[in-house]
Write a protein that binds this ligand. Structure first.
Ligand code: SF4
Length: 388
C-alpha cells in the first residue's frame, strides 16, 4: 500500500483485509465508551442500539448521552415504550428537535410489539419496513445489534471513506459511490466492531477540520492524505439559501396567570406538540390587519419589540409576538396553563423561545420597565372567534 495512490480506485482483497485488521486493532485500544454501546464481551441490546441511532440523527453524541439514559430509565424496553402515550414520549423528547422522530419511535415500538413479538427483526429489509427506519438506520441496527456485515454510512464514515479513497465529487451527489466504496471494506468478521470502529475513527481522528492523520491506522493507505486533500474532502455542494417564513403568535394571559395553548395537528411539522395560538406561517411578514382575524379571541393586542427566530431544516421562521389579556371565561379552543407548569407540557424549543420573550416582556410591564411597549398599542381587533 505504499505505491502512489490513484484516486477512487478499489483496494486489492489483501489490502482490504489489512485495512480492516488495522482499524479493528486501533479500535480495541481506543474505542469510545458510550452509554448505548455493549462493553467488550457483552451482547448488544437491539432496543438501545435502535433508540440511540434514532436519537443521534441530527443530534450530537454529547446532547444525546444524558437524554438516552433518562429515556431508558423511564422505558427500559420496547414493550414499555409501546404502552406509553404519545404525549409522554413527545414530552420526554423535548429539546432534541425533529419531533417526527419521536412520533415514529413510538409507532415503531408499537409495531415491533404487535408484529414481531417485542423483538427487533435481525434483517435489514424487515427493519426498513418499520416506521422511522431508513436505509442508514437499518444497516446500523443490523451491524451494531446483530453483528451482520452491513454498511451504515453516517456523516463520520462518509468523511473517512471520501478521504481514504480521495473521492472528489461533492456530497450529497457522491453518497451512492461512497456507500459502494465503504461496502468493499466491510469485513465478514466482527462487522459490529468494524462499523463502530469506522464511526469512532471519524469522530476521534478523521475530524472535519484538522484530522489527526499522524495517529490514524489508515494513514499509509489514505489517498487524500497522500494527495494533500485530507482537509478539503469531502467536498460539499453549496446549499441554496433557506426560504424565510413569518408568523404572529398570540400570547393570551388571563387574570389568574394562565396562558392559552393548543395542540398542533398530529401530522406535519411539530405534530402533536403544544403551541401558543398563531397565524399560519407564510412567505411574507404579516400586517396587523391580516393577522388580527387569526387571533383566537377578542383582546386588546400589544406587539412586543423583537422577534423569535428559529431554523427548521427547510426554512427559517420569524415570529412576532402579540400580548393580549383573556377573559375569565372563553370559548377559545385550547387549554389554559400557568407558565410554571410549562415544563410538564410537550413544548417544542420554538415555543419555549416564544415563552421566554413573552415572560420577559410581561415581567418588565409589571415592574413598569416595559413602558416602551405602550408606545405600540394595537387596536381592539376583530376576532375570528367571538367571546361570550
Ligand atoms: S489519514 Fe487522515 S484523512 Fe486519512 S482517514 Fe486517517 S485521519 Fe482521515
Amino acid at each position: 500500500m505504499s505505491s502512489r495512490p490513484s484516486s477512487d480506485a478499489l483496494f486489492t482483497p489483501r489490502q482490504r483485509r489489512a485495512l480492516a485488521a488495522s482499524l479493528l486493532a486501533w479500535y480495541d485500544r481506543h474505542r469510545r465508551e458510550l452509554p448505548w454501546r455493549a462493553k467488550p464481551g457483552e451482547t448488544p441490546n437491539p432496543y438501545c442500539v435502535w433508540l440511540s441511532e434514532i436519537m443521534l440523527q441530527q443530534t450530537t453524541v454529547a446532547t444525546v448521552g444524558g437524554r438516552f439514559e433518562r429515556f431508558v430509565t423511564r422505558w427500559p424496553n420496547v414493550a414499555a415504550l409501546a404502552v406509553a402515550s404519545l404525549d409522554e414520549v413527545l414530552h420526554e423528547w423535548q429539546g432534541l428537535g425533529y419531533y417526527a422522530r419521536a412520533r415514529n419511535l413510538h409507532a415503531c415500538a408499537k409495531e415491533v410489539v404487535a408484529r414481531h413479538g417485542g423483538r427487533f427483526p435481525a434483517d435489514e429489509a424487515a427493519l426498513r419496513a418499520l416506521p422511522g427506519i431508513g436505509g442508514y438506520t437499518a444497516a446500523a441496527i443490523a451491524a451494531l445489534a446483530f453483528n451482520i456485515p452491513a454498511t451504515p454510512l453516517d456523516g463520520n464514515i462518509e468523511r473517512v471513506i471520501a478521504r481514504l479513497f480521495a473521492v472528489e465529487a461533492p456530497l450529497p451527489t457522491s453518497k451512492p459511490r461512497l456507500r459502494e466504496l465503504a461496502a468493499t471494506l466491510t469485513p465478514g468478521k466482527r462487522p459490529c466492531d468494524y462499523a463502530q470502529a469506522a464511526m469512532d475513527l471519524g469522530a476521534m481522528l478523521c475530524s472535519p477540520r484538522r484530522p489527526k492523520c499522524v495517529l490514524c491506522p489508515w494513514r499509509e493507505a489514505c489517498r487524500a492524505r497522500a494527495l494533500g486533500l485530507a482537509e478539503v474532502l469531502p467536498r460539499k455542494r453549496a446549499k441554496p439559501e433557506k426560504p424565510r417564513r413569518f408568523g404572529v403568535v398570540f400570547w393570551v394571559m388571563r387574570r389568574d396567570g394562565t396562558v392559552l395553548l393548543r395542540r398542533r395537528p398530529e401530522q406535519g411539522l411539530l405534530g402533536g406538540m403544544m403551541e401558543f395560538p398563531s397565524t399560519p406561517w407564510r412567505d411574507m411578514p404579516w400586517t396587523e390587519s391580516a393577522a388580527a382575524p387569526e387571533a383566537p379571541l377578542r383582546a386588546r393586542w400589544r406587539a412586543l419589540a423583537g422577534t423569535v427566530r428559529h431554523g427548521f431544516t427547510h426554512f427559517d421562521l420569524e415570529l412576532a409576538v402579540w400580548l393580549g389579556t383573556g377573559p375569565a371565561r372563553s370559548k377559545a379552543a385550547g387549554v389554559w396553563v400557568r407558565p410554571a407548569d410549562f415544563p410538564s407540557l410537550a413544548l417544542p424549543t420554538l415555543m419555549t423561545k416564544v415563552a421566554s420573550l413573552a415572560i420577559r416582556a410581561t415581567t418588565r410591564l409589571e415592574t413598569g420597565a416595559g413602558k416602551r411597549y405602550d408606545r405600540h398599542p394595537m387596536p381592539h381587533l376583530s376576532p375570528h372567534q367571538e367571546e361570550p
